[in-house]
Design a protein around this ligand. Structure first.
Ligand code: HEC
Length: 160
């Protein structure tokens, strides 16, 4: 009986998004660079890409939207370039100086269970932490990243 439960849990945990493997050439596009990059991929203008982004859900009320491969790669590249120095490339934070807040670890059984049972509510909460920041140590990224990029980061965190 117990063994069967473990098999079921194992199957659920395998349902998350697949991690994206980046090549050294993969760049991230913080700031306005994203709209040009996104526009090129869709064959639209940068202004249209910005409008499109503004129509995506911003959390915490709704989302996540469906994301394509380009967004998944962007999320992985942003994580590497903007987040890994504090959170660790693999989600295991490097040690922080005495007295500073250490981010919690991502990846592994605990967070995977959180995504399995928390679902979109959990994803929206993560979106909010990224967009608005958290406490004194976690910067707010909402004005520096597009909505699609923040959702891509949520997806990347889930895939760690
Ligand atoms: C300067 C270091 C630093 C950087 C850079 C940073 N974070 Fe954080 N982050 C933290 C710390 C510290 C916390 C824990 C804050 C707390 O619990 O008070 C945190 C918390 C979080 C949380 C909330 C986790 C929870 O408890 O719900 C998320 C999500 C998050 N960070 C995502 C990101 C993403 C995505 C990036 C990159 C775009 C990023 N962080 C960049 C330091 C950082």
């Amino acid at each position: 009986m117990r063994a069967r439960w473990l098999v079921v849990a194992g199957l659920c945990l395998a349902c998350g998004p697949a991690p994206v493997a980046l090549t050294p050439d993969d760049a991230s596009h913080p700031g306005d660079a994203w709209f040009g990059h996104r526009a090129q991929s869709l064959g639209i203008s940068a202004a249209a890409a910005r409008t499109r982004d503004g129509l995506l859900p911003a959390g915490p009320e709704a989302g996540p939207p469906a994301l394509d491969e380009l967004a998944a790669r962007e999320g992985a590249a942003l994580w590497r370039d903007l987040c890994a120095r504090c959170h660790g490339v693999d989600g295991e934070p490097p040690p922080v100086p005495e007295g500073q807040i250490e981010p919690k670890a991502w990846g592994g059984m605990g967070p995977a269970m959180g995504f399995t049972f928390g679902g979109d509510k959990m994803r929206r909460g993560i979106y909010r932490s990224i967009a608005e920041g958290k406490g004194a140590a976690m910067p707010a990224w909402g004005t520096r990243l597009a909505r699609e990029q923040i959702w891509a980061l949520v997806r990347h965190i889930e895939a760690l």
